[in-house]
Design a protein around this ligand. Structure first.
Ligand code: ADP
Ligand code: NA
Length: 327
């Protein structure tokens, strides 16, 4: 693609896990050289839809900033910023919320999943997809990398662009989904579920800052099955197939090639290979995160500069929105 603007956000959940890295961040890194304009936001306004300890949140924001940089987000090529430092997001969200009906939001997946877990959800959690739409439209973004679980939320952003344009005159392009690879990393303890930060089992999730020992232990304990040969068949052999997926992704090879490299190995030997590959790939990232995390002033400066650049893009759009609405 020759033109276009990419926007994506990630919650400040601390350091990313392997699913975030392979399912989202690697893709984000690649998009930096494919699109002329790219914005990545640490979406802290979204994260307070569920209760957060303030000191922990502040620390998680810096952890995520360091992680994104260490994973290859380049602040020279991407505008990397903290959402709450750009107040235009919240204001546009309010305006878009006034163009949305309650029933339109009720069936969206975020609300259905998380409000059930909590027994009751906040108004913020309910309107979370409206804020997401504001994040995207505020920059007149044309392309949004999303996981499958976010497709319905992007559809709301598309609807809101249409609704706004219809009522107030053309302003927003309808943002298109960039479906990130169907690469799904599964839980190491329950390969029928995806690897997730909310998994209470620490052995189920590998984070990009896990030590070599922790990685080796977690991979060794990964649930497989009673067949010792290594094959790729996610339906009938989800455990070993998950390891093949991870191995292939970490080496940037196909799953067929990964299975070839496992020929003659039983699953125990293969686990040692996969652990070694993970350790090789994650060690430089872990060390870079540690280095960046020791220089808080530098991280804050990167985020402050990102916020200034984001506001330069957002301000004229919001000015136009306000004018059209009649403010
Ligand atoms: P989590 O599921 O741990 O709460 P998020 O929902 O914050 O993670 O996801 C952040 C990004 O990482 C999204 O783009 C999502 O699609 C991707 N992602 C999360 N978990 C996985 C996974 N297990 N496999 C692939 N991609 C994932
Ligand atoms: Na999620």
């Amino acid at each position: 693609p020759g033109g276009g603007r990419v926007f994506s956000g990630i919650q400040p959940t601390g350091v990313p896990h392997l699913g975030n890295y392979l399912g989202a961040l690697e893709n984000w890194v690649g998009l930096q050289s494919q699109y002329p304009s790219v914005l990545y936001s640490i979406v802290d306004l979204h994260s307070i839809t569920q209760s957060q300890d303030p000191a922990q949140l502040r620390s998680n924001i810096l952890d995520m900033a360091a992680s994104l940089l260490a994973c290859g987000i380049d602040p020279e090529r991407a505008v990397l910023f903290q959402q709450s430092q750009v107040p235009e997001h919240a204001e546009l969200s309010w305006i878009l919320g006034c163009l949305t009906s309650m029933p339109r939001l009720r069936h969206l997946p975020q609300w259905k999943m998380k409000s059930k877990l909590k027994n009751e959800g906040s108004v913020g959690l309910y309107t979370y997809p409206v804020l997401q739409a504001a994040d995207i439209l505020l920059y007149k973004s044309t392309h949004v990398p999303v996981g499958e679980d976010q497709v319905q939320h992007l559809e709301l952003a598309q609807d809101l662009a249409r609704i706004f344009n219809h009522r107030y005159g053309d302003l927003f392009p309808e943002p298109a989904a960039l479906l990130s690879s169907t690469r799904k990393v599964k839980s190491l303890r329950d390969p029928s579920a995806k690897m997730s930060k909310s998994d209470p089992q620490t052995m189920a999730t590998i984070t990009v800052t896990d030590s070599p020992d922790a990685i080796a232990l977690k991979v060794r304990r990964a649930v497989t099955d009673f067949t010792s040969e290594v094959t790729f068949d996610p339906e009938t052999r989800p455990g070993v197939s998950n390891l093949v997926t991870i191995h292939a992704a970490m080496e940037a090879i196909g799953v067929e090639e990964a299975v070839l490299r496992a020929r003659g190995m039983d699953t125990a030997a293969y686990k040692a290979l996969v652990a070694e590959v993970l350790i090789q790939r994650l060690t430089p990232i872990r060390e870079e995160i540690r280095r960046l995390r020791e220089d808080r002033a530098h991280l804050e400066e990167v985020l402050a500069r990102g916020a200034r650049r984001a506001r330069e893009l957002a301000a004229p759009v919001l000015r136009e929105v306000r004018h059209r609405v009649g403010f």
